[in-house]
Design a binder for this molecule. Structure first.
Ligand SMILES: Cc1cc2nc3c(=O)[nH]c(=O)nc-3n(C[C@H](O)[C@H](O)[C@H](O)COP(=O)(O)OP(=O)(O)OC[C@H]3O[C@@H](n4cnc5c(N)ncnc54)[C@H](O)[C@@H]3O)c2cc1C
Length: 433
């Protein structure tokens, strides 16, 4: 199979435009309107961001991961990857381009499994950038093992009644609707007994108990909700996909979400490398530039190597998703990307911090945030350990045990076989041994 790593020539000017647009128009939002990207914008903020979104739409780069029938451009994952590398530099970037987490993943599953009515009610405004969504799956007592979830949905006439607790539901407070995973049949295997529901956040009984922040954020300033679902009533048509389909849907959603994170992480890690190189060329100590010190050269070389390896893996995986159009067929590579991602960002940001000395360690540079972000990536969307198990299981599928006691590559056995194969040519040498 031939691989072509050249970017579509018609798409390159789009990427060049996005690169400049993000640098000039979007990255300043990160400083002027820090942390506000997931809040419903007030009239003043809309005056700033609506024209930017409009420019992106005119340029035909809005929500490019989805097909035209859903308001996107249908560019697919590979092109999204190249675009996300640019957007990942900025917190506002994905929002201005209509491809922010967790909404991209949520939009994908509604596009995949939603009824026409659900698409009209939730997907259209989500893609239009008018509303935000939340994915509510993890529970306080269980995260990486969804078979332990206990949030329950019980059918009552034309309604479902949901009861239970969810933890770390990101952006619940600013969302218009939640996608909630709940047990609908406790008598069968959890893989068949759980379902997904589309629940408007304003529904009575959706109680956001508190918003949890990440390390370093003030106690009251977080975005990850602890939610008590208390007799939450939704109509029968709030079910997303079929009854018992939650695991299949979750795989679709998390597969997309994970690879999109990885695409943006390339952009962030490259930003750290850019800063490292600029500093190395700007700072002199003990008679020479940092860029001339071998330790620093090592940091740069290692970072470039890690970033390039990671980037190729992500692009390859994105290309595979476009090719197979089925996340399950690319599960091994998506899990591999997820495993590698935290380490790449952590290592490059750590080295960039080091090269900046005290300034790097300060709150005037973004390295601590990047390192925290990398650490968090090793937990969010499932911990690294669980993804390693997935990778190993998928890799092992292509192997079988050896016949007999010795490994198939055991040299004495192979040597005997090779000698037998070439016996007529080897007689002389064998005789001499
Ligand atoms: C920033 C952030 C955003 C998030 N956003 C959302 C969201 O929007 N919606 C949502 O539903 N959830 C969200 N989560 C929750 C996330 O999905 C869970 O934290 C994750 O699945 C792990 O679950 P847990 O925290 O309960 O850890 P546990 O399941 O308790 O695991 C704890 C640790 O145990 C170890 N471990 C677990 N399983 C294994 C194993 N099989 N083998 C070896 N070691 C293992 C790992 O070290 C793991 O980190 C978010 C989390 C973070 C950090």
């Amino acid at each position: 199979m031939a691989w072509d790593f050249e970017t579509d020539p018609e798409y390159q000017p789009q990427l060049d435009w996005a690169d400049e647009f993000v640098r000039e128009e979007v990255e300043p939002l990160d400083l002027a309107f820090r942390g506000q990207q997931y809040m419903a914008p007030d009239a003043r903020l809309r005056q700033v961001i609506d024209p930017l979104k409009e420019e992106v739409r005119k340029r035909r780069l809005w929500a490019t991961h989805l097909g035209p029938e859903l308001g996107g451009e249908g560019h697919g994952q590979l092109k999204l990857s190249l675009l996300n590398e640019i957007l990942g530099r900025s917190q506002w970037g994905p929002v201005i381009f209509g491809c922010q987490a967790p909404d991209t993943g949520n939009a994908e599953i509604i596009a995949h499994y939603g009824t026409p009515g659900q698409k009209e009610r939730y997907l259209r405004p989500l893609l239009g950038g008018e509303i935000f969504s939340c994915y509510s799956m993890t529970e306080p007592h269980a995260g990486s093992d969804p078979t332990q979830f206990t949030t329950r949905a019980v059918r009552d006439g034309d309604e479902w009644v949901i009861n239970g607790w969810k933890f770390f539901s990101s952006n619940a407070s600013t969302s218009t609707f939640l996608i909630v995973m709940a047990v609908t049949d406790p008598d069968v295997s959890p893989y068949k007994g759980m379902s997904m529901f589309l629940v408007p956040t304003a529904t009575r009984g959706v109680n956001i108990e508190r918003n949890i922040g990440l390390g370093g954020e003030p106690l009251s300033g977080g975005h990850h909700a602890l939610i008590h679902y208390e007799d939450v009533r939704v109509p029968a048509d709030a079910l997303l996909g079929g009854e018992g389909q939650a695991f299949v849907i979750a795989q679709t959603r998390l597969g997309g979400g994970r690879i999109h994170h990885a695409m943006r992480t390339i952009g962030l890690a490259r930003k750290a490398l850019d800063m490292m190189c600029e500093r190395a060329l700007s700072r002199t100590t003990q008679g020479s530039l940092l860029a001339d010190k071998q330790f620093v050269q090592g940091y740069i070389a290692d970072s470039y190597a890690q970033l390039t390896q990671f980037r190729l893996l992500v692009l390859y995986t994105a290309w595979s998703i476009d090719k197979y159009k089925d996340y399950r067929k690319v599960r091994k590579d998506i899990a591999t990307v997820k495993v590698v991602m935290p380490g790449v960002l952590h290592d490059i940001a750590q080295r960039a911090l080091q090269v900046h000395g005290a300034l790097g360690a300060s709150n005037e540079m973004p390295f601590h945030q990047m390192i925290l972000g990398a650490t968090v990536m090793g937990i969010a969307d499932g911990p690294t350990e669980v993804h390693k198990v997935t990778v190993a299981r998928q890799v092992l599928r292509d192997y079988s045990p050896s016949d007999g006691l010795w490994p198939s590559q055991h040299i004495p056995g192979r040597l005997a076989a090779a000698r037998e194969k070439y016996a007529e040519y080897l007689e002389h040498e064998v005789g001499n041994q």
